[in-house]
Design a protein around this ligand. Structure first.
Ligand SMILES: Nc1nc2c([nH]c(=O)n2[C@H]2C[C@H](O)[C@@H](COP(=O)(O)OP(=O)(O)OP(=O)(O)O)O2)c(=O)[nH]1
Ligand SMILES: [Mg+2]
Length: 139
């Protein structure tokens, strides 16, 4: 029996890391899905892992930072079909963290003012994340 969209959707923990009015973007490896585009750091949840445990693990692996669950807050959840891959992006604010973020996998990272997020090429699903960020900070 073919998979349904829900069965084949990849569940991704995504962190919108903020400090001093800027958001941390990192650039996806050229050979990755949506390669070469900028992203909010994060990655696929492992089986049985909670969203915040997965987010904390991914941000430590990718950026070398430590994140406490109490410093995270839900922002938006997005289902997006890229055709070759369906993703469910579970996006959280990361309001504080320990350590100095660096590209632990060799990826460029950049602190970007919210008004300039759209100057960076992002995956199509991320337009809704940028809208949610703007709506959240303008209230
Ligand atoms: N982290 C992240 N992924 C995003 C964003 N927007 C977006 O469409 N995605 C998609 C791209 C990928 O298909 C998927 C993330 O999966 P990934 O392959 O990067 O996950 P991962 O970090 O666990 O990587 P890996 O261990 O498989 O190398 O979500 C975003 O802003 N951040
Ligand atoms: Mg990742």
């Amino acid at each position: 029996m073919p998979n349904t969209a829900a069965d084949s959707s990849v569940h991704v923990a995504v962190g919108v890391i903020r400090r001093d009015g800027r958001i941390l973007l990192s650039r996806r490896a050229a050979n990755a899905h949506q390669g070469g585009l900028w992203e909010f750091p994060g990655g696929k949840l492992e089986p049985g892992e909670t969203l915040l445990d997965g987010l904390s693990r991914e941000l430590h692996e990718e950026l070398g930072i430590t994140v406490q669950p109490t410093d995270c807050a839900p922002l938006i959840k997005i289902e997006h079909d890229y055709g070759d891959k369906q993703v469910c992006l579970d996006v959280c604010w990361v309001n504080d963290f320990g350590g100095q973020p660096r590209g632990c996998e060799g990826q460029p990272v950049q602190w970007v003012p919210i008004a300039q997020l759209n100057d960076y090429p992002l995956p199509a699903a991320n337009a809704a994340i940028v809208d949610a960020i703007r709506a959240s900070v303008s209230v």
